[in-house]
Design a protein around this ligand. Structure first.
Ligand code: PAF
Length: 280
């Protein structure tokens, strides 16, 4: 397994593989890998001849009061986990490599529509930061396919649209959320939870499931159901950013005649902001 932080070395390796007509599967991450990331890597191995994983905590996608500084950086542990999975290359660029002109001076990518609303209301600029770094990583790693977790559903839709709008020759694959035994979606931010908060955290997925069941049972008064779910989360100790029943294909507020839906929740316990979703 190669560990590369230099762009020229990366390009050299990628072009060797491309010349050999090897299919490159790419898993972009911010490190601090957990079972959810490892699932992406395992699936990447089944579809790619070569698997490339990037580890880069991207400052451009964090707001001024967010957790960029304290975001867990665990490169040695990540490297060991990825070596065990048998991937081919880890790309660990520096901030200067990704933003040579400086963050504020770099060309950015803003994806209209699906970037708006939901998390963007609480993390303005976040999806521009994500789309920009992912576009740069795509141009550097030149993968044939990219694997992303469905837990970050809005992010997945943003990247799907960017790939389609900018004609990147890349297949985007969403991978199912990996959960703890009590239903909590795996996330690097779960480790910020105190013991008490960790006990309360599974309520997020329970509320999502109850809401999904109510809709499946035929109640389509979505705005009322959102309010009721918010109330349940408040009672469980969450501070709620949103509960939203949306159309699956464009993330607009759901209307009753639409059949393919996604329910998305963002809510905090203490300082930990958790997100999750289910599709119907
Ligand atoms: O989901 C993440 O870890 C990040 O948003 C990503 C896609 C690696 C971009 O920095």
């Amino acid at each position: 397994m190669l560990i590369v932080s230099d762009v020229d070395v990366l390009r050299q390796k990628i072009s060797e593989w491309r010349l050999n007509k090897e299919r490159i599967a790419f898993v972009p991450t911010m490190g601090n890998l957990h079972a959810g990331h490892l699932q992406l890597v395992k699936e990447a191995k089944t579809i790619g001849d070569r698997v490339v994983c990037s580890i880069f905590v991207n400052p451009a996608q964090f707001g001024p009061n967010e957790d960029f500084e304290r975001y867990p950086r665990t490169l040695e542990k990540d490297r060991d986990l990825l070596a065990t999975e048998g991937i081919d290359l880890i790309f660990t660029p520096s901030v200067d490599t990704i933003y040579p002109a400086g963050i504020g001076e770099t060309t950015t990518v803003t994806v209209p529509g699906v970037s708006e609303g939901l998390c963007n209301n609480f993390r303005p600029g976040h999806f521009t930061g994500v789309a920009t770094v992912v576009a740069r990583l795509f141009l550097l790693a030149q993968p044939d396919c990219v694997l992303l977790g469905k837990k970050d559903f809005q992010q997945l839709m943003v990247i799907e649209k960017m790939v389609s709008d900018l004609c990147f020759p890349i297949e985007v694959m969403g991978v199912d959320t990996v959960r703890e035994a009590d239903g909590l979606a795996m996330s690097s931010r779960n480790q910020y939870l105190s013991v008490e908060e960790r006990k309360a955290a599974p309520a997020l997925f329970q509320v999502l499931q109850e809401l999904a069941d109510t809709i499946r049972d035929g109640d389509h008064d979505f705005r009322k159901l959102e309010r009721e779910a918010e109330e349940k989360l408040h009672l469980a100790g969450f501070s709620v950013d949103y509960v939203a029943v949306c159309q699956r294909n464009n993330l607009r507020a759901a209307v009753s005649e639409i059949e393919s839906l996604v329910i998305l929740i963002a809510a905090s316990l203490g300082k930990s902001r958790l997100i999750d979703n289910v599709t119907i």
